[in-house]
Design a protein around this ligand. Structure first.
Ligand SMILES: Nc1ncnc2c1ncn2[C@@H]1O[C@H](COP(=O)(O)OP(=O)(O)OP(=O)(O)O)[C@@H](O)[C@H]1O
Ligand SMILES: [Mg+2]
Length: 585
C-alpha cells in the first residue's frame, strides 16, 4: 500500500521496537522453563538453591521484559504518531493543491472525516495492529517451539488445537466487527449533524427550526448511545466466552498430560528416559495458557484489518486525486502583466452539466475598465473564473497579454490578477492580517491607502482596536457591507495588474458604491479592471459593458450605445430607473 511510504522515516524506530519485542517475547517464554526447573530440580528433590534460582530468574526476566516492552512501546508510539503527522501533512498539502473543480467534487465534511477519522484508524492500526500481529505471531510460534521442546507428544496435540482455536476466535470476531463499524458510523452521523448545525446555526434560528434540529440531533445521539451500549454488553459476553474456549483447549492438553503422567511408574524413571515429568507438565500448561491470548488477539486483529484497509483506500483516494488544473512544467513567470485579455470562442461547463459558457469571444485592451451585467445564472462568474484559471475552458482559448493562460505560472495568474470573489471569505484574525492577506510585506501606509479607497478606513478606525481588531470566525464581527469592503481592500493592497470584482458591492449603499468604483478607476488608471454587477449605476461609467445572457455575450459597448441598441440592457435600465424614481435604490 502506498501509504507505507509515510513510515519510511520511522523504519529505524519500527525495527528497534520489533527487535525489542522479540527479546521480550523470548524472555516471557523462558519463565515456564524456570518454573519447571524450580519444581523438578528444586521442590521435588528438596533443593532450596534451585527453587531460589528459578524464582530469582522469573522475577529478573519479568522485570527485564517489562522494561523492554516499555521501550518498544515508546518506539512504536513515536513511529505511529510520526506516520499520522506526515500523512496529515501530505493530505493537507494535497487538498490545498485542489482546483475549484476538485473542490466541487469533495464535500467539506467528507474531507474533514478523511483527514480525521481515517487517518486515526490507519494510525491506530500501525500502532496497535502491527504490534499485536507481530507480538501474537511471535508468541504463538514461540510457545509452540517451547512446547515441542518440553514434550513432543503433548505439543503435537496443541499443534492441532491451536489453529482450530484461532479459527473459532476469528469467526467469533466477525460478529464484533460489524458492530464496531456501526458504532463508528453512528458517531460520524452524530458529528456531521452537529457540525452542519453549528455552521448554519443562524439559519436554523432564522427559520425557527431549533426544535426540529434538536430532535434530529437527539435521534443521532440516541442511535450512538444505543449502539455503544450494544457493543458494551456484547463484548462483555464475548470476552469471557473466548476465555472459556481458550481454557477448554488448555484443559484438553492438561487431561492428555495428566493421564500420561498417571500411567507412568515413577517421575524419576520418566525424567531419566526423557518422558513427561510434573515440572514439565506445569511448564507445558503455562505455555498452553500463554498461547491463548495471542490467538485471541490475532483473531480480533485479523478482523480489523479490513477496517484499516477501507480507511487506507479512502485516504489513497484523496492522495491520488488528480488536480484538474495543473501548472505546466515550463510555465512562464511574468513579473508584470500589461493587462489585455482575450477570449477566443470559449465554451465551458461544470463537470458534465449544461454549457455555462457557449462560444464566447471578446477582447479587452490593457488598462480598459469593463463592466459585466446579466441576469443571475447567465455565466458572469463562470467567465471571470477562467481568467485566472480557477477552471479551464473546455473549448477555445483564454489569452492574457496574448499568451494562453495555460502557459502562465500560477504565481503570475494569481498574484498579478486579484479577484474579489462573489462570496466574501474572511479569515479569523485581525483586520490588518485580512487586508494584508495577499500582500504580507505591505506597509501600514499602503494598507491604509487600500482601505481608504474601499471606504473601509473609517469603520476600521472606529473599532476599539482599530487595525488590530479581531474580527472573529470568518469575519463574524463585521456587517455584510464591511466584509465586502475589507475584501476589496485586500485585493487592492495586493497591487495587481488586473483586478476583478465579482458583484461585491451588492451590500453597499449607492453612494458608497459609487465612491468606491470611481476611486478604483482612478487607482487603476492604466491597469485593467473588470466589475461585475446587477446594477447599472455600478458599471455605467465603464469604458465598455458586456451584457450576458444564458452563457452568451448578447451585447457589448458603452452605456449610451447599449441603451440605444440593446433590448436587454435597456430593459434592465428601465426597471432600475423606475426603481430609483420610486426611491428604492
Ligand atoms: N460550481 C458549480 N457547479 C455546477 N454548476 C455551476 C457551478 N457554478 C455555477 N454553475 C452553473 O453555471 C451557470 C452559470 O453560473 P454563474 O455562477 O456563472 O452565473 P452568474 O452570472 O455569476 O450568476 P449570479 O449573478 O447569480 O452570480 C448556472 O446555471 C449555474 O447553475
Ligand atoms: Mg456570479
Amino acid at each position: 500500500m502506498k501509504l507505507m511510504r509515510f513510515l519510511r522515516n520511522y523504519a529505524g524506530a519500527i525495527a528497534v521496537s520489533f527487535v525489542l519485542l522479540i527479546v521480550s517475547t523470548g524472555l516471557g517464554l523462558v519463565q515456564p522453563r524456570l518454573i519447571e526447573l524450580a519444581i523438578d530440580k528444586g521442590i521435588k528433590v528438596g533443593s532450596l538453591t534451585f527453587v531460589l534460582i528459578g524464582a530469582g530468574g522469573i522475577i529478573l526476566s519479568a522485570l527485564l521484559a517489562a522494561g523492554i516492552n516499555l521501550l518498544s512501546g515508546f518506539a512504536l508510539i513515536k513511529s505511529s504518531q510520526g506516520f499520522g503527522y506526515e500523512l496529515r501533512n501530505a493530505l493537507y498539502r494535497k487538498v490545498m493543491g485542489f482546483s475549484f473543480a476538485n473542490l466541487d467534487k469533495w464535500r467539506t465534511g467528507e474531507l474533514m472525516v478523511r483527514l480525521n477519522s481515517d487517518v486515526n484508524t490507519v494510525r491506530m492500526f500501525v500502532r496497535m495492529g502491527s504490534f499485536l500481529i507481530v507480538q501474537s505471531v511471535l508468541m504463538i510460534i514461540g510457545t509452540l517451539v517451547a512446547m515441542f521442546m518440553t514434550d513432543v507428544g503433548l505439543a503435537s496435540i496443541m499443534a492441532i488445537i491451536m489453529p482450530l482455536t484461532l479459527v473459532v476466535f476469528a469467526f467469533a470476531a466477525t460478529f464484533i466487527r460489524p458492530l464496531f463499524m456501526k458504532a463508528r458510523k453512528a458517531l460520524d452521523d452524530m458529528n456531521n449533524t452537529m457540525q452542519e448545525n453549528l455552521a448554519g446555526a443562524k439559519v436554523v434560528r432564522a427559520f425557527a427550526r431549533q426544535e426540529e434540529e434538536i430532535r434530529k440531533f437527539e435521534e443521532r445521539n440516541k442511535a450512538n448511545y444505543d449502539i455503544s451500549i450494544e457493543v458494551g454488553w456484547k463484548l462483555s459476553i464475548f470476552f469471557p466466552l473466548f476465555f472459556l474456549i481458550g481454557n477448554f483447549a488448555v484443559l484438553v492438553a492438561l487431561w492428555a498430560g495428566g493421564t500420561t503422567l498417571l500411567g507412568q511408574l515413577t517421575d524419576a524413571a520418566a525424567a531419566a528416559s526423557g518422558g513427561l515429568t510434573l515440572g514439565k507438565l506445569v511448564a507445558f500448561n503455562n505455555y498452553a495458557a500463554m498461547a491463548m491470548f495471542p490467538l485471541l488477539m490475532l483473531g480480533l486483529v485479523l478482523n480489523f484489518i479490513s477496517m484499516a484497509i477501507a480507511s487506507a483506500v479512502r485516504l489513497d483516494g484523496v492522495l491520488t486525486e488528480k488536480p484538474e488544473i495543473e501548472e505546466k512544467a515550463d510555465a512562464r513567470n511574468l513579473p508584470r502583466l500589461q493587462g489585455s485579455i482575450e477570449f477566443r470562442n470559449v465554451s465551458f461547463r461544470y463537470g458534465s452539466g449544461e454549457k455555462a459558457l457557449d462560444g464566447i469571444s471578446f477582447s479587452i485592451r490593457a488598462g480598459e475598465k469593463v463592466g459585466i451585467i446579466g441576469t443571475t445564472g447567465s455565466g458572469k462568474t463562470s467567465l471571470v473564473n477562467l481568467i485566472s484559471r480557477f477552471y479551464d475552458a473546455e473549448d477555445g482559448q483564454v489569452l492574457i497579454d496574448g499568451i494562453n493562460v495555460k502557459d502562465l505560472s500560477f504565481k503570475t495568474l494569481r498574484s498579478r490578477i486579484a479577484m474579489v470573489l462573489q462570496e466574501t471569505v474572511l479569515f479569523t484574525g485581525t483586520l490588518r492580517e485580512n487586508v494584508a492577506f495577499g500582500a504580507p510585506d505591505a506597509s501600514q501606509a499602503e494598507l491604509e491607502h487600500a482601505a481608504g479607497l474601499s471606504c473601509a478606513l473609517d469603520f476600521i478606525n472606529e473599532k476599539p482596536d482599530a487595525w488590530d481588531e479581531n474580527i472573529g470566525e470568518r469575519g463574524a464581527g463585521l456587517s455584510g457591507g464591511q466584509r465586502q469592503r475589507i475584501a476589496i481592500a485586500r485585493a487592492v493592497a495586493a497591487r495587481p495588474d488586473i483586478i476583478i470584482l465579482d458583484d461585491v458591492t451588492s451590500s453597499l449603499d449607492a453612494t458608497t458604491e459609487r465612491t468606491i468604483v470611481s476611486s478604483l478607476y482612478e487607482e487603476f488608471y492604466g491597469r485593467t479592471a473588470i466589475i461585475i454587477s446587477q446594477k447599472i449605476n455600478t458599471i455605467r461609467d465603464a469604458d465598455r459593458i458586456m451584457v450576458m445572457g444564458d452563457g452568451h455575450i448578447i451585447g457589448i459597448g458603452t452605456h449610451d450605445k447599449l441603451v440605444e441598441g440593446n433590448d436587454t440592457y435597456r430593459r434592465i435600465c428601465e426597471t432600475q430607473v423606475v426603481a430609483r424614481s420610486g426611491g428604492l435604490v
